[in-house]
Design a protein around this ligand. Structure first.
Ligand code: G1P
Ligand code: ZN
Length: 543
């Protein structure tokens, strides 16, 4: 078997985002395209010689073929060992877990998260470092720089490797170990949560529905919830990862997980509903007639954390992304711990977790996690809720209502305007930035603007500064309007408008969310002129 050196063209100006390179499958299928990015990863690592790497993906179309290519390239770069999930399957949290547990040098995750899959869908690749988290910007920038200049890549002509059988083989001198994709992760979960109590809960007849959305979390939920925790068969549905996700849009929110929400609103609702996304890092928590807002879920997990064995000693701190509601801040204040406000994106939590400044972190976009790994973690959040339900004997509804009664309710919603004209969106943001100074002190009906700015974050650990992280209009009562442009959309620009209003009075905790937020929605429109500037009358998605 020989190592080949293949001439290739550099990328033409395609800067990967912070979640790696995400493109249409058809782009990835161009000769040399995937290889270019993988070669750039190896060049950035200084070759990869002697390293152990973890490799796997969410099972979407092109996953298997990409894995064979990456294995052959890893062999050519004299990587010592690659741990691959059986069938090429590893959820994003599982990659993070395996890297940490096995002391690997890093890992490659193949996923486009919640973006649709299939031959006409999206594919993606990202590199995670030895702490199990996404590569920081200096590494992603170095990878990008190499993609612009390299002229050849190295690949073995050996292979293919059988990905469907557990065990070790060699490929041109490199060890390929096919591992059970679930085992390491399940073992970690069993140490964090009270599996005995949850098992008893199911034995008593507790009913649940977990929707795997035909994406990667299915095998994890099936093995843990039905296998280890004894929930009846059929508790986990759509549990097989399909190359096109069975046509589902595997992004769990009340719009995409419509079936689950309808079930939970209907007469045959189980006691608990949950779903995860394409690569298994997002989560949605649903009670009977109640979809729990992700910001509330973070706050509730934080307030009850010591009920789970892995968090028995309490929390060091909580971190939330800036647009996430301030519900967690109230819990942190009550616990006497810090609450960090970071820019949008999981990577900003890494330093806080590594430095042990925060134990829990979360985003409004259905992402919750902790210091157990360095990615957000869908199944972990679901198990946390199961642990809370088992330990308290209370329903999801009651847990949420009691939380609001104690801390107040942060009414919260996000309005997305997708695929809008990028230039118009940029002009809108520019105009808004120009207005910020004049907004301070201004009155809008019952609200007075206390502060208006463009969020700037200084990392408390390495002092790095991130600017222009979103326009904040903060009212004197703590209500907020936040506007920012998405960094993950693939078509035009996506404008996100985040709305939050605090209500302490329990007799006012049953309002319709959109009605409760209506005055803020009107102010957001008045200030941004979003409708006129984008030509849109309605948000594309409301969550
Ligand atoms: C979105 C979410 C953000 C999340 C990211 C990756 O990014 O809003 O919270 O970290 O996906 O899952 P955005 O498109 O808003 O830049
Ligand atoms: Zn995801």
């Amino acid at each position: 078997m020989t190592i080949q050196t293949v001439a290739t063209k550099p990328f033409a100006g395609q800067r990967p985002g912070t979640s790696g390179l995400r493109k249409k499958v058809t782009e990835f299928q161009q000769p040399g395209y995937l290889e270019n990015f993988v070669e750039a990863i190896f060049l950035t690592l200084g070759g990869g010689k002697g390293a152990t790497l973890v490799l796997g993906g969410d099972g979407r179309f092109y996953n298997r073929s990409a894995i064979q290519t990456i294995l052959r390239m890893a062999a050519a770069h004299k990587v010592q060992k690659v741990l691959v999930g059986r069938g090429g399957i590893l959820s994003t949290p599982a990659v993070s877990c395996v890297i940490r547990k096995r002391g690997a040098f890093g890992g490659i995750v193949l996923s486009a998260s919640h973006n649709p899959g299939g031959p006409d869908g999206d594919f993606g690749i990202k590199y995670n470092i030895e702490n199990g988290g996404p590569a920081p910007e200096k590494i992603t920038e170095a990878i990008y720089a190499h993609t612009q200049t390299l002229s050849e890549y190295h690949i073995s002509d050996a292979g293919p490797v059988n990905l469907d059988e557990i065990g070790a083989t060699t490929l041109d001198g490199m060890t390929v170990e096919v591992i059970d994709p679930v085992a390491d992760y399940a073992e970690l979960m069993s140490r964090l949560f009270d599996f005995d109590a949850i098992r008893e809960l199911f034995q008593r007849g507790f009913t649940m529905r977990f929707d795997g959305m035909s994406a990667v979390s299915g095998p994890y939920a099936k093995a843990i919830i039905e296998g280890m925790l004894g929930a009846p068969e059929g508790t986990v549905i759509n549990d097989e990862p399909l190359e096109d996700f069975g046509g589902h849009h595997p992004d769990p929110n009340p719009v995409n997980a419509f079936d689950l929400v309808a079930l939970m609103n209907g007469p045959d609702a189980p006691e608990f509903g949950a779903a995860s996304d394409g690569d298994g890092d997002r989560n949605m928590i649903v009670g009977r007639k109640l979809a729990v807002a992700p910001s509330d879920s973070l706050a509730i997990i934080a307030a009850n954390a010591t009920l789970a064995p892995g968090y028995r000693d309490g929390l060091k701190g909580i971190a939330r992304s800036m647009p996430t509601s301030q519900a967690a801040d109230r819990v942190a204040a009550a616990l006497g711990i810090a609450c960090f406000e970071t820019p949008t994106g999981w990577k900003y939590f890494g330093n806080l977790l590594d430095a042990n400044l925060a134990t829990l972190c979360g985003e409004e976009s259905y992402g919750t996690g902790s210091n157990h790994i360095r990615e957000k973690d869908g199944v972990w959040a679901v198990l946390f809720w199961l642990n809370l339900i088992a330990a308290t004997g209370k329903s999801v509804n009651r847990i949420v209502r009691e939380h609001w009664a104690r801390f107040g309710r942060n009414y919260y919603s996000r309005h997305d305007y997708e695929a809008v004209d990028a230039a118009a969106a940029d002009r809108m943001m520019l105009a808004l930035r120009g207005k910020l100074a004049s907004l301070a002190g201004q009155r809008f009906g019952e609200f007075r603007v206390a502060q208006a700015d463009d969020f700037v974050y200084t990392d408390p650990v390495d002092q790095s500064v991130a600017t222009k992280q979103g326009i904040r209009i903060i009212m004197s009562d703590g209500s907020r309007i936040v506007l920012r442009l998405s960094g993950t959309g693939t078509e035009g620009a996506t404008v996100r408008v985040y709305l939050e209003r605090y209500e302490a009075d329990p007799s006012r905790h049953d309002l319709d969310t959109q009605e409760a937020l209506a005055p803020l929605i009107a102010i957001a429109e008045q200030v941004s002129e979003l409708k006129q500037r984008t030509g849109r009358n309605e948000p594309s998605v409301i969550t």
